[in-house]
Design a protein around this ligand. Structure first.
Ligand code: IMP
Ligand code: MG
Length: 193
């Protein structure tokens, strides 16, 4: 059977020339999420935290961490657009879709996919803090080490990564690769590699 043109444009991850090594396997992600879920469950015992994720990168992490927390959590989503190139943020963030749930008096946990420069999170934290939550913490799956001008205040961190552009498990390049199970290094156009 001959391969279709679209199959050529979307090669299997193992033979895609734009994909480098697996940095974190799906199994390792799931194991770490189970640990984070237990920590959050203990820290927030007797409370009903509100998990807030930013679309779209944190969607997979949100789905998994929410199910790893044995508390009556609520979920809400925001969409922001940050101006910059495909692989670098500028720090100028605009809210494209705001939250549905009122934050007043709530125990809010921001669920983030990746903290790179930390500019997106910095903006988000200030924006949400102004809405009078009872508490505001951050749970980030990934932290790129040494990339932030000020040490980011992250209560929960999944994995610390070197400065490489990564894709998979929700993270994209131009909307591609979000559905990969593993986290992989991206070495294609625009990666700087
Ligand atoms: P920051 O504002 O520089 O911290 O960038 C945060 C946002 O940029 C993340 O929420 C991602 O959407 C995106 N981003 C940063 N680094 C990566 C990466 O390595 N892969 C995919 N997206 C990334
Ligand atoms: Mg993105």
């Amino acid at each position: 059977m001959t391969q279709s043109a679209s199959a050529h444009e979307h090669p299997h991850p193992d033979v895609d020339p734009h994909l480098g090594q697996i940095l974190v396997t799906h199994e390792a992600i799931q194991q770490r999420i189970a640990e984070l879920g237990k920590e959050i469950t203990a820290d927030y015992a007797g409370r009903a935290p509100l998990l807030i994720a930013v679309l779209k990168g944190a969607v997979m992490f949100m789905a998994d961490i929410a199910r790893a927390i044995a508390l009556p959590v609520e979920l809400d989503f925001m969409a922001v657009s940050s101006y910059g190139t495909a692989t670098k943020t500028s720090g100028v963030v605009r809210i494209v879709k705001d939250l549905d749930i009122d934050l007043t008096g709530r125990d809010v946990i921001i669920v983030e996919d990746i903290v790179d420069s930390g500019l997106t999170l910095n903006y988000l934290r200030k924006n949400l803090a102004a809405r009078h939550p009872a508490s505001l913490e951050v749970c980030a799956l990934l932290l790129k080490e040494g990339m932030q001008k000020v040490e980011p205040d992250l209560r929960y961190v999944g994995f610390r990564l070197p400065d490489e552009f990564v894709v998979g498990y929700g993270l994209d390049v131009a909307e591609r690769y979000r559905n990969l199970d593993d986290l992989r290094v991206y070495v294609g156009p625009g990666s700087g590699h």
